[in-house]
Write a protein that binds this ligand. Structure first.
Ligand code: FAD
Ligand code: SIN
Length: 549
């Protein structure tokens, strides 16, 4: 394996830059980051940074289906645990699954106390939906299909009222700063004043996913894998990167952005049909439309090939229109823009990149292998999802680990003395190659996204992956010089992460969860292991395998 990584993305000389000091630095203002901010002791200062123009812009804000937890008296922790383990294709960490599932109801109750308004039944109890891989109705939702927005509204309101928390928008975090093996903060590009150093007693990365690496995706424009890339550069362990989840049903209409059509729609009984009107899922899996996502996505791709078509369709024509419009008002509105009435018209869909199961390796509290550095939410790899995330388990993971890391980092910050914290450390970096001024960054980004979709998409094989790696290596050579704006930094991060995804996918010679190798169609017991990448002092990136018992 021949992967290298620079230590820092930009040149900087700490002595020439403005300095800010905070007890806890949180990079990312999605659900995980904001929940962590609220869990830190009120006596400590918290700085939350987001590269977006608005605090809410995130994957969290887009979440539709809901948040899974044991909230019904006829449900049981053992059932939610079992469904999570089955979906995870024998690669989940059972201790983590048990912890997240059993802590879930308490964390959801806290969200309700903070102001989240979930949809209720007439008797005042939570209205619970169903999604693929769940044996029960256990998904709490808000405003039908706007759960993420409601959760974010709650946290943003609470954060704005907290005097110890400051949120700064348009602050692109370039890199984590380390000194003598410890994370001491980050170098940030503030769109108003330029480069700034944030010194922190503890730093939490909560930068979300990687969906923007793919041509077809449900993800927000912020999801460019920055947090995983900066953690890799700083020496953190990066795990399970071959496991990308492709959501089966992304709206596919020429001219539309690729909007998600929530799986909850299948939970309410929608059928998947091909262009001939044939309902095909029962031929692929006994659970039909409610099989786990990896199975539904693979089946859709197979049926598209079989019928020589670029899409399949969701149909709700056999369901009660009133119920459908009550449950899915957001999706009805999006589809209406394209002349689709979801109560009677087929909705054209196909899979798109949705979620990264892998990420920065963390322990049960969200600690990474670098002292002073924590990771939570989609950027982290906790062991909850294994090779394939169970629907609606990630919002749950974000709040469970948000609280754990917020409390953990808060306690750890108390052990860092003022003497250690309030000082400017001698760190600097010099990049000698200037950027190529004639590069068309948007063109490079489009190429990268197409390469990833073709070579590391729903179906992969060695030939395509090798070709893909070669294409990325060429794009990397173009991008070697120092970039000076967010589009260039995004692209450098995307190239780094795309290379790791492809390399991991090439190494894993089996099919498991979100990772499908057409030449190795079976799940193999000898592959019951994790692949972990880590940058070494000399800039080389090595991979280790961890066998599971
Ligand atoms: P995000 O919410 O994505 O937040 C990331 C934050 O990091 C943003 O503030 C961003 O600006 C910031 N950031 C990124 N890079 C930088 C940088 N370099 N510098 C500074 N800031 C940076 N999961 C469920 O459980 N249930 C659902 O119903 C559901 N529906 C979904 C629907 C859609 C369309 C999508 C895309 C995902 C859905 N998911 C769902 C997944 C879930 O929403 C995400 O996994 C989860 O919200 C991630 O939260 P997060 O806080 O980790 O990251
Ligand atoms: C959806 O609503 O289908 C997305 C749910 C999820 O990603 O967990």
């Amino acid at each position: 394996m021949n992967i290298n990584s620079p230590r820092y993305l930009t040149s900087f000389n700490i002595r020439e830059l403005p300095h800010r000091f905070t007890d806890i630095l949180i990079i990312g203002s999605g659900l995980a980051g904001l929940r962590a901010a609220l869990a830190v002791s009120k006596e400590q200062s918290v700085t939350v940074l987001t590269k977006a123009e608005e605090i809410e812009v995130s994957n969290s804000d887009r979440a539709q289906g809901g948040i899974a937890s044991v909230l019904d008296p006829t449900d049981a922790f053992s059932k939610h645990i079992a469904d999570t383990l089955v979906a995870g294709a024998d690669l989940c960490d059972e201790e983590v699954v048990t912890r997240v599932v059993t802590e879930g109801p308490e964390r959801i109750q806290e969200m309700i106390q903070m102001g989240t308004q979930f949809d209720l039944q007439k008797d005042g109890t939570l209205e619970l939906g169903r999604e693929g891989g769940h044996g029960m109705n256990r998904v709490a939702h808000a405003h039908g299909d706007a759960t993420g927005h409601e959760l974010m509204r709650t946290l943003v309101e609470n954060v704005k009222k907290a005097p110890n928390i400051q949120v700064h928008t348009q602050c692109y975090t370039l890199d984590l700063l380390t000194f003598e093996g410890r994370c001491v903060g980050a170098i940030v590009n503030d769109s108003v004043i330029g480069q700034v150093i944030y010194w922190a007693r503890q730093t939490i990365v909560a930068t979300g996913g990687i969906g923007q690496l793919y041509r077809e995706t449900t993800n927000s424009p912020i999801a460019t894998g920055d947090g995983i890339a900066m953690a890799l550069r700083a020496g953190a362990k990066i795990k399970d990167m071959e496991f990308v989840q492709f959501h089966p049903t992304v709206l596919y209409v020429a001219g539309s952005s690729r909007s998600l059509i929530t799986e909850a729609i299948r939970g309410e009984g929608a059928f998947l049909i091909d262009k001939n009107g044939h309902r095909f899922m029962p031929e692929y899996d006994d659970r039909a439309e409610l099989a786990p996502r990896d199975i539904v996505s693979r089946s859709i791709v197979a049926q598209m090939v079989k019928t020589n078509s670029t899409t399949v369709f969701l149909t709700l024509a056999h369901k009660d229109p009133e119920l459908i419009l009550h449950r899915f008002p957001g999706i009805a509105a999006i589809c209406a823009h394209f002349g689709i009435d979801i109560t009677k018209d087929p909705i054209p869909v196909r899979p798109g990149a949705h979620y990264m199961m892998g990420g920065i390796e963390v322990d049960l509290e969200g600690r990474t292998n670098i002292p002073g550095l924590w990771a939570i939410g989609e950027v982290s790899c906790t062991g909850l999802h294994g090779a394939n995330r169970l629907a609606s388990n990630s919002l749950l993971e974000a709040i469970v680990y948000g609280v754990a890391a917020g409390i953990g980092a808060s306690k750890a910050a108390e052990t860092i003395s003022d003497e250690q914290h309030l000082r400017v450390l001698p760190i600097s970096n010099q990049i000698k190659t200037p950027r190529n001024p004639v590069l068309h960054l948007q063109d490079i980004k489009n190429t990268l996204k197409s390469v990833m979709w073709r070579s590391a998409g729903v179906k992969r094989n060695a030939e395509l992956l090798a070709e893909g790696l070669e294409s990325l290596a060429q794009l990397k050579r173009f991008m070697q010089g120092e970039q000076i704006e967010s589009e260039g930094w995004d692209l450098q991060n995307m190239l780094q992460i795309g290379t790791i995804i492809m390399q991991a996918a090439l190494l894993r010679e089996e099919t498991r969860g979100g990772h499908t190798r057409t030449e190795f169609p079976e799940r193999l017991p000898e592959w019951r292991k994790h692949l972990t990448f880590q940058r070494q002092e000399d800039g080389s990136v090595t991979v280790e395998t961890e066998n599971l018992k």
